[in-house]
Design a protein around this ligand. Structure first.
Ligand SMILES: Cc1cc2nc3c(=O)[nH]c(=O)nc-3n(C[C@H](O)[C@H](O)[C@H](O)COP(=O)(O)O)c2cc1C
Length: 216
């Protein structure tokens, strides 16, 4: 059993890097690309994994990991099932938060923004790049709905594999798609010694991005 003391005793001092007014980018999307580039260069596992938080119409939050698949014209793209819990919550309450945490780099990025459903051409172009088995998986999974058993899921996969066995290109399931998130706020956190971390928040204003240093 994990004791409460064991958890309380876990701590780490952060000494890897510095984020300051001289080194940080004026545009937070540039800063995000820099840090994503660092995470990729450091060979971190799934450097593009981000927590996506949504909330229902009562404000009750839920969170899960999704993969960032593109930054296009200042919007962040991810792909998912359009009938999933996250999609239902986005329809009810079109506001999301995104979070990257790269433990090895002692860095966190928090993002707040508004999602829109991606157009079908963009979705189809991305879907075509997915491995065939992942495409079949998208057909087989009615994400977030209950299953009787794992067998039920595997049988659905086999059924679609048979259905599309003579198709060179598997079409996009009608329930599968993606979102583009237009951020209006970013926070970059770099761990520092003595818990005196560097923390910068950007907010989008009519005059462009405004940035301030925040107390950690
Ligand atoms: C590393 C990792 C990457 C994931 N990437 C995605 C993704 O890109 N899209 C997606 O729909 N689910 C992804 N998932 C699964 C989601 O976390 C989640 O279980 C699923 O989307 C259902 O969430 P929902 O019921 O809240 O809609 C990923 C999970 C992990 C752990």
């Amino acid at each position: 059993m994990l004791s409460a003391d064991q958890l309380a005793a876990l701590r780490r001092d952060y000494r890897n890097a510095v984020l300051d007014e001289r080194s940080i980018a004026d545009n937070p999307l540039d800063q995000l690309e820099r840090w994503l580039g660092d995470a990729i260069a450091a060979n971190l596992p799934e450097p593009n994994a981000m927590v996506l938080a949504t909330a229902d119409d009562h404000g009750a939050p839920s969170a899960r990991v999704v993969l960032l698949k593109g930054i296009v014209e200042g919007e962040l793209h991810f792909y998912t099932n359009l009938e999933s819990r996250k999609a239902r919550e986005i329809a009810l309450n079109p506001q999301v938060a995104l979070l990257f945490y790269w433990a090895e780099l002692e860095r966190q990025v928090r993002i707040e923004g508004r999602p829109r459903v991606l157009d079908r051409d963009t979705v189809a172009a991305y879907f075509a790049t997915r491995p065939r088995a992942a495409q079949l998986g998208a057909w087989a999974s009615r994400q977030s709905t209950p299953l009787e058993s794992r067998t039920q899921l595997e049988e659905a996969f086999e059924r679609y594999a048979t259905q599309f066995e003579n198709s060179d290109a598997i079409p996009v399931p009608p329930w599968w798609g993606g979102y583009a998130v237009r951020p209006h706020a970013f926070e970059f956190w770099q761990g520092r010694e003595n818990r005196l971390h560097d923390r910068f928040r950007y907010e989008r204003t009519t005059a462009g991005w405004q940035r301030q240093r925040l107390s950690p």
